[in-house]
Design a protein around this ligand. Sequence first.
Ligand code: BGC
Length: 742
Amino acid sequence: MKKFLLITSAIITLLSTVVFGRPGEEEYLANNNEHTFIQILSWDEAYEKARPLVEQMSLEQKVNITTGLGWEGGRCVGNTGSTINPDFPELCLQDSPLGIRFADGVSSGVAGVNAAASFDKEAIRRRGEYMGAEFRAKGIHVQLGPGVNMLRAPEGGRLWEGFGEDPYLAGIAAAETIRGIQSQGVMATVKHIIGNEQEINREKYSSEIDERTINEIYLWPFARAVEADVASVMCAYNQVNGQYACENDYVLNQLLKTKLGFRGFVQSDWAATHSTDLSVLNGLDMTMPGDITFHSGDSYFGANLTKAVKEGRIDEDRVTDMAMRIVASWYKVRQDEGFPETNIDSFRPENDKHINVQGNHHIDIRQLGAASTVLLKNDDNILPLSISRKRKLAVIGSDAGPAKNVLNCPDHGCNDGTLAQGWGSGTAAYPYLITPYEGIKSKVGDRMTVTKYLDHTNLKKAAKTASDADIAIVFANSNSGEEFIVVDNHRGDRNDLNLWNNGDELIKAVADANENTIVVIHSVGPVNMPWVRHPNIKAILWPGLPGQESGNSLADVLFGDVNPSAKLPYTIAKNPKHYPATISLGNTTEHVIPYEEGLYIGYRWFDKNDIEPLYPFGHGLSYTKFQYSHGRVQVVQGRANNITVYANITISNVGHYDGAEVVQLYLTYPAIAEEPPRILRGFEKVFIPRGCEETVSFKLSKEELSYYAVIDHDWVVPRGDFVLHVGSSSRDIKFSKRFTLD
Ligand code: BGC
């Protein structure tokens, strides 16, 4: 069934490369990215509007809007049934978290993991806005993103769709993305609740997560999404503590709807519904794509749901609640006023109106690509490169060049040419893809000699190209994606953290041949770096998955038009055995994944066990130097839980370039809280011209100061001594100060 989808997407892709070209330089310079912003309603206002409409609906009509039309039953990957008299439209639900899947004329920008690496709240929001603007212009009601599953086992196939290993960072990135998307009148979907951290066996395994860890780690980004007024939540394929997520009373009713107060609708992942009564009673509001299995012709909702109500097994009030949640969400983002007709068709491209919705979004994409490129190492200040006729630059590796076959293979389930997004449903067709080689060439023009070997197979050729040049830039990648496509023997999840396509050997061959070697890694997450101490490797850059403007964003950083300011949203270990978790293979009958590390995900594990990482969470260099001074902490203690802690610190740019610093705040809690040694609880990205300084302020309230006390089943601010740390990574703390709450 997914095969058909692959063929159609290939046709669309082909069309997109023919019809939509790349923007000219002039267009690039004309930065007037103006969107029309929608004033969204409060939930109370939205429910007030929804009530009279839903009250007129018959039971069958209410059921109809909760039930998808079935796989390929409409123009989108999911469509709901509509009603006439009262009128409620068919809703179009479409992937993905980074752009529009199965369509042309769309942008294909940076992945979630890059958005996180930027640590730039405003840029993340703008990313949401341009995506929202595109979904709206295509007449798509619901965007199936952002994804917030956590980078627990670094091999997890879809973790690049999300925001890394820290829940606080993921929470902010999710909230900003959602605000951006919904400001354009499109409903956002935060997914997949909960425990969907690996691909293998995802429809079977049970993620066993204790109450505290659920609340502090895996639910945290969902909580921030609810605070940001997200319209929809998608439940996961897997089970959580022995019960399917889409019929899990604890997850959907007790946590999401009751504790977090979520008032939008819960939709199932595609064919993740397993029952009628249990799902509906335990909190599922919409089944997607509607049929039990693709093309099965029946549904757990639809006639089965109507019957369950008529037989008294489900109260009609619950169905009214489901319909209310859907209709209110629609009103909330004002889709009752002038929302465009759906003009894409995922499965019948001949019906697609092929509207180009890219606007000038490539500007934001290029900027965010550069702002999310992490400079891991820069010995002898080899970067930024100056453009000089006297120096010859070699660009080496298939990851620096174009695909040998097609630009957009179906659902990106291939690893051909430079890597700029993973594979699966979390993708969007590139309108074009600027390769690193092209980006570098167009930056230097004929002001520098650039030679190339855009392959990875012949190490001798690679070494020769490198030794003939003054500087060698060598590229390698590591890819992953969704389990319905197997690429190079990886069933979604990565089999290991090694580079693909001979990457380690290629890097070593180049470094042996050129004493000014720069390594560039396009990857979905952490990779092994056995060559990291090679004396000729002077710089390492991680541009992650930068999307369509890849080469331009990279060239902006390489040649210093943009001073790097991104930080790692995950830890890179010296040894893959150092990570707290890996993929669980299980067996086919029963598959339990115990989240044994509990709260100690990512850097928390390394800190607790005193393991030195290769590159810590939050690490990323700049071309300039920042000094931290005048740190101050002030506690304002009101009654009960009403406590606010303020912190200020002055950051001075004492180097030679203008630049932005991500100032990170970590907290050590009183021992009674039994928290990991340090937890991220604030960050601000500030741009500071050279020679200037800025004061950065943080405000910590109950949300940041609490821990989840299992005994109370609630968040509690512990009494005692805290230590507040401010630094430039989780392991580069510049200022620490103790404060006491009593
Ligand atoms: C994925 C979802 C996606 C859906 C629709 C599922 O396989 O897990 O993330 O939104 O398909 O394509």
